[in-house]
Design a protein around this ligand. Sequence first.
Ligand SMILES: NC(=O)c1ccc[n+]([C@@H]2O[C@H](COP(=O)([O-])OP(=O)(O)OC[C@H]3O[C@@H](n4cnc5c(N)ncnc54)[C@H](OP(=O)(O)O)[C@@H]3O)[C@@H](O)[C@H]2O)c1
Length: 344
Amino acid sequence: MIQIGIVGGTGYTGVELLRLLAQHPKVQIRTITSRQESGNRVSNIFPNLRTHAALSALSFCAPEDAPLAECDVVFFATPHGVAMKETPKLVESGVKIIDLAADFRLRDPAQFEEWYKMPHACPELLAESVYGLPELARDEIAQARIVGNPGCYPTAVQLGFFPLLKAGVVDVSMLIADCKSGVSGAGRKGELSLIHPEISDNFSAYGVGGHRHHPEIEQGLSAMAGKAVGLTFTPHLVPMIRGIFATLYAKLTDDRADVQAIFENCYAKEPFVDVLPEGRLPETRSVRASNTIRLSVMRRGAVVTVLVVEDNLVKGAAGQAVQNMNLMFGFEETTGLTALPIVP
Ligand SMILES: NC(=O)c1ccc[n+]([C@@H]2O[C@H](COP(=O)([O-])OP(=O)(O)OC[C@H]3O[C@@H](n4cnc5c(N)ncnc54)[C@H](OP(=O)(O)O)[C@@H]3O)[C@@H](O)[C@H]2O)c1
């Protein structure tokens, strides 16, 4: 059994980590933090966990009192800026780190500062950290001490474009990602724009002038293409709780490209990527509460369209973090992640 610490246990990705880790046979939750709920039982805040023997006995602890250095791995399910301050001393104590925020995603500390408005606290550790997209970096993740877990939109957009860029069959100077997210993507907080009357029966774009996931996606796609890509990324908020739907467009440079075969071959061995048969379309509820990303691809003339769905809290956050943990500790990659999606 490995010992787990979770910093930021009252948020949506925190409780999703608990739900997934509760089904994992090789882990034990050693400590979980909250500043607001310190001393309170986890199951008082999340009654869905009441019937799990170990989790129902667990209480939140203030971050400064949490025995994080005694853990084998610590997940940071916190806003950006928290993990990078704690990581140096934890790594020094032999603890592995998986950050669900953005502290270890952008390779360039200057770019991190530009987008997140704070200097990076440990650029030397940023340099050794690994971007945790298992389908692209399985071997590096297995060796990593620090993993920057990808953002929810970046996971969908990068896995959606990857087969096309790998095959070199599209014009990378104009890639378009038109994305929609459920409201849990914004976290568990009270904010006027997120309350029920504001988001229900409504559909809006946001971050059009520059969303923080833009440089992260661009970084990943440019690495795949081997040169700088041109990306248009427009996120939208839709009145559902979980789910991301990404519609991606690119112009084919190779007229003979069999896009269906390209996708099927690229992901044939991936346990969490499901390429639908030609003509079938994905929907967000088909992946709800699961670590699967499901996609379909089609072409009309020179334009290729890729439709991608994922659960933002699972493959877009906590599930991918557990997948990364499995790789880092030499467990079977799918351990604890095989539950099927919930329908309806
Ligand atoms: N929601 C998603 O779909 C999603 C997807 C991918 C990635 N992410 C990223 O994952 C991270 C967590 O997201 P979330 O949606 O779970 O957020 P959230 O619901 O807002 O929860 C944030 C958690 O962090 C704790 N926290 C806040 N400030 C802290 C600090 N300074 N020190 C220690 N703990 C602190 C909060 O508890 P206390 O205030 O009680 O300490 C809370 O438990 C974010 O960086 C987010 O961008 C989210």
